[in-house]
Design a protein around this ligand. Structure first.
Ligand code: G4P
Length: 292
């Protein structure tokens, strides 16, 4: 498995975000609720430094609500406010501004004390590709906004997108990169559709995901594909068992080729599509408990 990332790109992305930090009161860190740590930039603390920050666990509609609550508690223990949202439907989005205002209470009070009428909060959404930045900006703006990518070295002429709630957003979100060097992170991101399928071998992604689901979401797999996985008896290190599960999935999804054999590649693709579309129910692919 080879995953490439380019150091020059990272340096540029970081510099662009650092430039924008000067303009804002608050960073809005967008993570994928199904894989909050894998979808997190490993250097985010160094990049944002002591800038007030709210974490949004987006795509909560696809994540296991119990695990999402555990992640909220996990971040709270680190002194970070985390809010589950669904930028597509808008669930949780109304909470963003009141929570942000709470985080900025001291600053707002200081402005009032100086006789300055507090202006709208200025925020910057940061997150890895596909985490839902554009969807959230559109949702907050209440209209479709043309979001342009950053041109290298150009941070002048930033536009503010005004939202009804008293939050102004920079129109170019900060695009971060995930930590690709760790294979588990790569497969989790591929499983959620954050990185293109061509980047990794589909089989690696499917096997890893099946192992995790077999142990934590056997009921969902059994129901969707009429399987009979018993998590207590599943030997996740035995590839034959995983292939047998894939064959079961392929049969249910009609991926048969001549001789009644299962087209494993097609079955894998359909399985990943089901997972990404939420057809398996609400599942998370990492939990604070996995951190040991
Ligand atoms: P980005 O700017 O961070 O790159 O992400 P973007 O908003 O383009 O969102 C990436 C994909 O994630 C989109 O799906 C979007 O609809 C989906 N998405 C964003 N927020 C949520 C959410 O809270 N829940 C769910 N279930 N999906 C979300 P797409 O398939 O690429 O496009 P489309 O479905 O909008 O056509």
């Amino acid at each position: 498995m080879t995953i490439q990332w380019f150091p020059g790109h990272m340096t540029r992305a970081r510099r662009q975000i650092e430039e924008k930090l000067k303009l804002i009161d608050l960073a809005i860190e967008l993570l994928d609720a199904r894989v909050p740590l894998s979808s997190r930039n490993p250097m985010i603390d160094q990049i944002l430094k002591d800038k007030p920050r709210i974490i949004l666990l987006n795509k909560q509609d696809l994540a296991d609500p119990k695990i999402t609550s555990e992640w909220v508690a996990y971040f709270r223990e680190q002194g970070l406010d985390a809010l589950p949202i669904d930028a597509n439907s808008g669930a949780g989005v109304k909470e963003i501004v009141p929570r942000s205002r709470e985080l900025l209470t001291a600053k707002i009070e200081a402005q009032r004390a100086r006789g300055v009428n507090p202006r709208a909060i200025r925020g910057l959404i940061v997150g890895i590709p596909n985490v839902g930045k554009s969807t959230l900006i559109n949702r907050l703006a209440g209209r479709k906004v043309a979001i342009t990518g950053d041109k290298p070295g150009v941070t002048k002429g930033q536009q503010w997108i005004k939202t009804a709630e008293g939050l102004d957003l920079l129109d170019t979100p900060g695009i971060l990169w995930p930590k690709f060097e760790d294979q588990k992170v790569g497969v989790r991101l591929a499983a959620t559709g954050a990185i293109r399928d061509e980047v990794l071998h589909v089989q690696d992604v499917v096997f890893y995901t099946l192992k995790y689901l077999g142990l934590h979401y056997a009921k969902e797999l059994n129901e969707r594909y009429l399987l009979s996985i018993n998590p207590d008896q599943l030997d996740v290190d035995n590839p034959d068992e995983l292939v047998a599960i894939m064959e079961g999935i392929g049969r249910k999804r009609g991926c048969l080729v001549s001789g009644g054999r299962v087209d494993l590649e097609k079955a894998s693709q359909l399985f990943l599509r089901d997972l990404r579309d939420g057809k398996l129910g609400r599942v998370s692919l990492e939990s604070p408990l996995d951190l040991g």
